[in-house]
Design a protein around this ligand. Structure first.
Ligand SMILES: NC(=O)c1ccc[n+]([C@@H]2O[C@H](COP(=O)([O-])OP(=O)(O)OC[C@H]3O[C@@H](n4cnc5c(N)ncnc54)[C@H](OP(=O)(O)O)[C@@H]3O)[C@@H](O)[C@H]2O)c1
Length: 323
């Protein structure tokens, strides 16, 4: 019986250091192993972060019997091969967003999860946090009438070109990196994939999209989105319904000063959006409970990732055609 889930990380990634490790600690788990391509870099990373087991090469970590679950924060183009190998090794996986580069890749991973019986989650951590439950509850109880529009941006300025986000062969670009967030939010709230889109992309000299913006039609409403690696930081989101609206100052990674505001005619209600824990805590805590058999796995890739991947396919193909 697993009492404390022992995590292993593939790659000495920044996001693992900044968000995953604090999330595991806050959720009562333990990160026991890290694997990297370079032995010395991995050893230093492990030492800096108090990780006891160091593997050179990702395969070795997947073979480690003392690792219960695996976090995959590799460049986007490497998610598919390493998620498949982790599932084959029988380790539940939390993989970074976007889960795959195409809907076909995402389908392959979901099929592998079903065939092996090993659960797979995509790290859209906001879906597990209380502020998202509050948004869903307001919508479900009709607080804004019928949801018509998701208006969502995720933009920031990345100055260094020495970054996986500027490497097309690794799945770089604004749409994959941050555009996937508004798209995921919309697919979850509208309950399915986008059907039609109009998109503008601004291409960087490296070959990735530095900015992608557009509109996506869904069965019951539409998404206005903006994603950029070359703009001032902006994650504002507004959900507009037939009788009201909800704004989120930071819908994807709220901290304690962030808020949700509900507008109903002249009535305005503002509540805190942060929950006092690191952003990854709630999803990691759920995964650990699911691994221990204390609750059924929910929000897995099988139930949430397909519609997003199909919508990203549609946007990418349209952006390529129009540019
Ligand atoms: N959910 C979130 O909030 C969030 C936030 C930021 C990023 N992310 C996602 O997390 C993933 C990693 O992002 P990051 O910013 O942490 O990237 P990063 O710091 O560059 O980490 C990626 C890691 O992948 C490994 N790697 C393997 N092959 C590589 C290659 N050919 N080139 C570069 N690195 C390679 C490297 O580790 P070794 O060399 O040690 O093997 C590297 O440390 C991406 O999928 C990104 O979308 C998610």
């Amino acid at each position: 019986m697993i009492v404390q889930v022992r995590w292993g990380i593939l790659g000495t990634a920044n996001i693992a250091r900044a968000s995953f490790l604090p999330g595991v600690r806050a959720a009562g788990g333990r990160t026991v192993a890290v694997a990297g391509r370079d032995a010395e870099r991995t050893r230093v990373y492990a030492q800096q972060h108090g990780i006891e087991r160091v593997h050179t090469g990702y395969e070795a970590l997947l073979d480690d019997p003392l690792v219960d679950a695996v976090y995959v924060p590799l460049p986007n183009a490497l998610h598919l091969p390493w998620v498949l190998r982790a599932l084959e090794a029988g380790k539940p996986v939390l993989c970074e967003k976007p889960l795959g580069l195409t809907a076909a890749e995402v389908d392959t991973m979901i099929d592998a999860s079903r065939k092996t019986g090993v659960p797979l989650w995509e790290a859209f951590v906001f879906m597990f946090r209380p502020h998202f439950a509050q948004i869903q509850a307001w919508i479900a109880e009709g607080a804004i009438g019928t949801l018509q529009e998701v208006d969502s941006r995720f933009r920031f300025a990345l100055r260094s070109r020495d970054n996986i986000r500027f490497r097309p062969e690794l799945g770089g670009g604004a749409l994959y990196d941050v555009g996937c967030y508004p798209v995921h939010l919309a697919t979850q709230l509208f309950g399915g994939p986008g059907l039609q889109t109009a998109v503008l992309a601004d291409w960087d000299a490296t070959g990735v999209d530095a900015t992608t913006a557009g509109v996506v039609a869904f069965k019951t409403g539409h998404l206005l989105f903006g994603a950029s690696l070359a703009s001032g930081r902006d994650t504002f989101t507004r959900l507009v319904g037939s009788t009201g609206a909800i704004t989120a100052s930071n819908p994807f990674h709220p901290i304690d000063r962030d808020t949700l505001t509900l507008y109903q005619g002249g009535r305005v209600t503002t509540v805190p959006a942060g929950d006092g824990t690191p952003s990854f805590t709630a999803q990691i805590a759920h995964i650990q409970r699911a691994i221990r058999g204390e609750e059924a796995a929910r929000g897995t890739a099988a139930t949430t990732s397909r519609a997003t991947a199909a919508t990203l396919d549609l946007i990418r193909k349209t952006a390529a055609r129009e540019s």
